[in-house]
Ligand binder design. Structure first.
Ligand SMILES: Cc1cc2nc3c(=O)[nH]c(=O)nc-3n(C[C@H](O)[C@H](O)[C@H](O)COP(=O)(O)OP(=O)(O)OC[C@H]3O[C@@H](n4cnc5c(N)ncnc54)[C@H](O)[C@@H]3O)c2cc1C
Length: 350
């Protein structure tokens, strides 16, 4: 097993560039090591943080008082089912966007709109990553996990993953499963899935529901994302973020009616059962927080209202949290809606 290092600064391993030291830090290059490290820490009652690309984490300034296991396992296998589908199984430590690029190059359709999302394969089921009309719940058929409660390796079906909007059974019960590998069922096709997102359809010059060559879909998504600072780029300070900091709130009928009274005609997506999903970016801007709004050394992205950034890399977690609280409280005061953070907070709370 890899050596355990003491006092490694976690800011180096998160895209928000915050986070104090880990009491212990180790890299797991094989699934066996990953399972053994977590099992040993659990036996010793030592807290564990499983770390992927650190792109959906806000780690507090005091760091993590336990073992951080960074997942660096590698391997991708493909198995055609003879019926036009290919099951692609990737180890948790594979880079997500490299896997998407490979699928696009190999003529496998189903994840092309998830191009440019940072992080690792093993994290994609955690919050059911999604963008531009796709999310992984549409393609994941199975997740191999180490179940810390039973001490066994198990294969979960998609239904057992409990996928919902930016949510899953893994996020619900965060200390239970370590994701070891994920299987995606993709269609062998030169064409993308039906384009389901208006902005993407407009960029591609097609109607909703049309399909386009895979590489065109990927390029259009990457262009749109770059314009919003949503593709990691060391030269773009707006990308020192954890992506969207708040999820779009989903309001039940009563809450929706209350918001309609405060903000008649506000933008919304209608959901089943009379619920509505409201764009958090609209709420934030209309509560008085424009792009580029600063508090201390933390800033709302100059390109995308939903991303809180650490533009110089010098803001503390405390400064980012202070900005997040100000935005959350301001939206609540103006609209009566509580925004919920999307990144996982470690040693920090809003
Ligand atoms: C610029 C930018 C753009 C983004 N755009 C999007 C977007 O469009 N859509 C979207 O959904 N997200 C987006 N994100 C958020 C983020 O990239 C995704 O959530 C990604 O899946 C996180 O992967 P990661 O490997 O970096 O996870 P980490 O940040 O390392 O971890 C996130 C959580 O998952 C847990 N975890 C990680 N690996 C495992 C594992 N193997 N087993 C168990 N638990 C694990 C961690 O403990 C933590 O709780 C964006 C982030 C940035 C910085």
């Amino acid at each position: 097993m890899a050596d355990r290092l003491a006092g490694v600064a976690l800011a180096r391993y998160t895209t928000l560039r915050t986070g104090g030291p880990a009491r212990a830090f180790a890299e797991a290059a094989t699934t066996g090591d990953l399972v053994a490290m977590v099992a040993e820490a659990d036996r010793d009652k030592e807290p564990v943080l499983v770390l992927g690309g650190g792109s959906n984490l806000l780690v507090g300034d005091d760091g993590f008082g336990g073992l951080v296991v960074r997942v660096v396992t590698r391997g991708v296998e493909s198995a055609p089912d003879g019926d036009g589908r290919v099951f692609v199984t990737a180890q948790a430590g594979e880079d997500w966007d490299a896997l998407v690029a490979r699928c696009v190059a190999e003529g496998l359709s189903g994840v092309e709109c998830l191009s440019g999302i940072p992080g690792l394969v093993g994290s994609t089921p955690i919050q059911n990553v999604g963008a531009y009309g796709q999310d992984v719940s549409q393609t994941v058929t199975g997740v191999r996990v180490y179940d810390r409660r039973t001490g066994e390796v198990a294969d979960l079906t998609a239904a057992e993953c409990g996928f919902a909007y930016r949510h899953s059974a893994f996020k619900q019960d965060p200390d239970r499963h370590v994701v070891l590998a994920v299987t995606y069922a993709l269609e062998r096709s030169a064409l993308s899935g039906p384009v389901a997102y208006r902005e993407l359809a407009a960029r591609l010059g097609v109607e909703i529901g049309e399909r386009v060559p895979l590489a065109e879909a990927r390029e259009a998504v990457l262009e749109l994302r770059r314009g919003k600072g949503m593709v990691l780029d060391p030269g773009d300070p707006d990308t020192r973020s954890a992506g969207s900091f708040f999820t779009n709130p989903v309001l039940g009928p009563d809450e929706a009616a209350a918001l309609e009274r405060r903000a008649p005609g506000h933008p919304r997506w209608d959901m089943p059962g009379g619920s509505v999903k409201v764009p958090a970016a609209w709420l934030i801007e209309n509560a008085g927080f424009p792009k580029g709004y600063e508090k201390g050394r933390a800033r709302i992205s100059t390109k995308h209202t939903l991303a809180l950034t650490n533009p110089t890399g010098e803001a503390s977690a405390g400064e980012l949290l202070a900005l997040a609280r100000e935005v959350r409280d301001g939206v609540h005061e103006k609209f009566g809606v509580w925004l919920v953070n999307e990144p996982v907070l470690v040693g920090a709370s809003l």
